[in-house]
Design a protein around this ligand. Structure first.
Ligand SMILES: [Zn+2]
Length: 308
């Protein structure tokens, strides 16, 4: 019951936050405020009525066009709303810690539940951010520092807080997972430090590839924005899952590039796709979303398969 309610509630909340994200995605690139003025048509400037702002339904009812001037609103609006809604619903649909039984002592159930909810909330915020970056890079080849840099710091701080709270919870409940007191310092600090190192290593990988590419081609391949995005993935997911995201992103990007190359070039394209920049950040974000949701089982299966 909790699962169903949680899924529906989080899904609807995701639609609403996806709708807000659409406003941000239209206004950030122009340097406009996301709170005012109220939502309006970009062509005829008419302020939208409340019923034209309902996520998904309004777009369907209006068939994607402005009611007065008939301008095509764009497929990105329902796509973003649907994506955030589906991702949030999916995250909320996971198993919740059950009633106290032989496995879970009643004294720690509230802590356990609180930590599960906090973890899911953070995952939802992280996924929202990745959808935002994916669209911004796809539409503007832009991964803004005001999104990536603070998020890197927040990801590392969360990793530190997480291990502090886990050690505190251990000593509060007396369920010591850590042996003795000499292990405490290590248990408190190492997860955060590992995340910090993961962020640096993930960014370093992109910088290294960028440098090698420049040596060979004397041209810029990956942008600095991609390095910051990888640092963000490292800070939130840890190095193994960040590398998985990178691998998935590069493969996906290569597949898309291949398909575009095979398609007959349209005459209006001029230069064609070969020299046109593909938004690598978009593919890295998609890889990050997959890695965030299913990274552990994928990596586990890979390790078993490769015989580790
Ligand atoms: Zn209009």
């Amino acid at each position: 019951m909790m699962r169903v309610l949680g899924t529906v509630f989080a899904g609807l909340l995701g639609l609403a936050f996806g709708s807000f994200l659409n406003v941000c995605l239209s206004r950030w690139p122009r340097g406009e405020s996301v709170v005012k003025p109220r939502s309006h048509c970009r062509t005829c400037d008419r302020t939208l009525a409340w019923w034209e702002n309902v996520p998904l339904l309004s777009w369907l009812a209006l068939r994607g066009r402005c009611r007065t001037c008939g301008t095509w609103i764009g497929g990105r609006y329902p796509l973003v709303e649907l994506a955030v809604g589906a991702l949030w619903g999916y995250v909320a649909s996971g198993q919740y810690p059950g009633v106290p039984g032989d496995s879970i002592p009643a004294s720690i159930l509230p802590f356990l539940l609180a930590s599960v909810l906090a973890g899911r909330l953070l995952t939802m915020i992280f996924l929202w951010l990745l959808v935002a970056l994916a669209i911004l890079d796809a539409e503007h080849l832009w991964l803004p520092d005001f999104l990536t840099l603070p998020s890197i710091a927040i990801g590392v701080v969360i990793a530190f807080l997480d291990s502090f709270l886990a050690v505190k919870l251990d000593s509060l409940t007396g369920l010591l997972l850590t042996e003795g007191t000499e292990g405490m310092w290590f248990d408190m600090w190492s997860p955060g430090l590992v995340r910090l190192a993961s962020a640096l290593a993930a960014a370093g990988l992109v910088l290294l590839i960028r440098w090698v590419y420049w040596l060979i081609r004397r041209r810029e391949g990956m942008g600095l924005g991609d390095a910051k995005l990888m640092a963000l993935l490292g800070a939130w997911l840890g190095l193994p899952q960040a590398l998985l995201a990178f691998g998935l992103g590069v493969v996906l990007g290569a597949l898309v590039a291949l398909v575009l190359l095979l398609l007959p070039a349209r005459e209006s394209e001029g230069d064609g796709w070969a020299v046109r920049k593909l938004p690598l950040g978009t593919f890295l974000c998609i890889g990050g979303i997959v890695s965030s949701l299913w990274g552990q089982p994928i990596l586990g299966a890979y390790l078993r398969w490769s015989g580790f």
